[in-house]
Design a protein around this ligand. Structure first.
Ligand code: PEP
Ligand code: MN
Length: 358
């Protein structure tokens, strides 16, 4: 069994970067009484610009190897090239993660996958920095192809030009949800720290991940977060981590006790949806009749005044039914768009029939 789905939520915690041996030991000690399943520590830190803390490298791997003697949970580090994979294996790391800046590069991902082939290590694949699900899926498949059994995806949000966003990396939840749909058995962990970039936002984002049935969380933790050498604003103390873990409401995806009630409501929703589709079909028949009349009298298919009138009246009806006006607006944009397309198609068919009979 894939160990990333052995317990829900599967919590991965530890510092952004391994800074010194005392920092690692302090955290390991504090984690002993917490439900934490894997220890993370960056030993090579990818930084946008040179001159910042770039990790302690091999020295930090030695500290982590020593920590393994007393720590009862597995340890993971980031690897971004084959020589880093070799060193991570040499120092007996249990798992590795592929960072967002590496997932964007299929050549690199393949080299890392080849270096991991035949080794019994866990692998976590972060989403690429850009919202491209195919790159993420491609990296996952490269790991599956070399036989990695303990494999999971990490959702860490996506870079954006939108400077008004409160997140460091926008969550874009539709993408991890699509990934879950494609790979049903692949556990998915939400790296709330790199999404938020700010410790104040961690709890609501972690709760959202639980509500969306994610398998676990990755949370950067530091004994003295404000003094951290990287990502200081988003790191939290073990005590703050405990507060987050114990405040989470964990949804039970089987929900056995509620299953009968849910089934009944689903049946009601099914029959309502059937009515909605039925009525849309009938509406379209009337649209076709309308299109035929417009064609006969050589009238334009699209009339701005009519469009405005539709939007105003329908959003008004939304308010009367406690529905959000922008939801109803989007729905009618789709319906109206389809009805214009259908009328244009009809008109074109009529024209080609006319020219054939001429
Ligand atoms: C990290 O986990 O410390 C890290 C650098 O993450 P990402 O690749 O998501 O930016
Ligand atoms: Mn970090």
């Amino acid at each position: 069994m894939n160990y990333f789905s052995s317990s829900k939520p599967y919590i991965i915690a530890g510092p952004c970067g391994a800074e010194d041996e005392l920092q690692l030991q302090t955290l390991a000690q504090a984690f002993q009484t917490l439900p934490i399943h894997m220890f993370r520590a960056g030993v090579w830190k990818p930084r946008s610009k040179p001159g910042f803390f770039e990790g302690r490298g091999e020295e930090a791997l030695k500290w982590l190897q020593t920590l393994k003697k007393t720590l009862s949970i597995p340890i993971c580090v980031e690897v971004a090239n084959t020589s880093q994979v070799e060193l991570a294996l040499k120092y007996e790391m249990d798992a590795v993660w592929i960072g967002a800046r590496s997932t964007v590069n299929p050549f690199l991902v393949q080299e890392i996958a080849d270096a991991l082939r035949g080794n019994d290590v866990g692998v976590l694949v972060k989403n690429p920095i850009n919202p491209d699900i195919e790159l993420w899926a491609g990296a996952i498949e490269r790991m599956q192809k070399v036989g990695i059994e303990n494999l999971a995806a990490i959702h860490r949000g996506f870079s954006s030009y939108d400077s008004s966003s409160k997140y460091r990396n926008k969550p874009n939840w539709a993408l991890p949800i699509e990934l879950k749909r494609r790979y049903k058995d692949l556990p998915i962990i939400c790296d709330v720290s790199h999404i938020c970039g700010n410790r104040e936002l961690l709890l609501p984002v972690a709760q959202r991940a639980m509500d969306l049935d994610f398998d676990g969380l990755m949370i950067e933790t530091h004994p003295n977060p404000d003094a951290a050498l990287s990502d200081a604003k988003q790191q939290i103390t073990p005590l703050q981590l405990a507060e987050i873990i114990y405040s989470l409401i964990i949804r039970n995806s089987n929900g056995e006790s509620a299953s009968e009630e849910i089934e009944e409501i689903r049946q009601i929703l099914d029959s309502m949806d059937a009515e909605v589709v039925d009525i849309l079909g009938k509406r379209m028949e009337w649209v076709k009749k309308l299109g035929a009349i417009k064609g006969k009298h050589n009238m334009p298919i699209y009339q701005v005044e009519r469009w405005r009138e539709i939007m105003e009246s329908r959003t008004g009806w939304a308010n009367n039914n406690q529905l959000k006006p922008d939801f109803i607006q989007k729905l009618f944009e789709l319906i109206h768009d389809q009805s214009i397309k259908t009328q244009i198609e009809l008109l074109q068919q009529d024209k080609s029939n006319e020219s054939k009979s001429e």
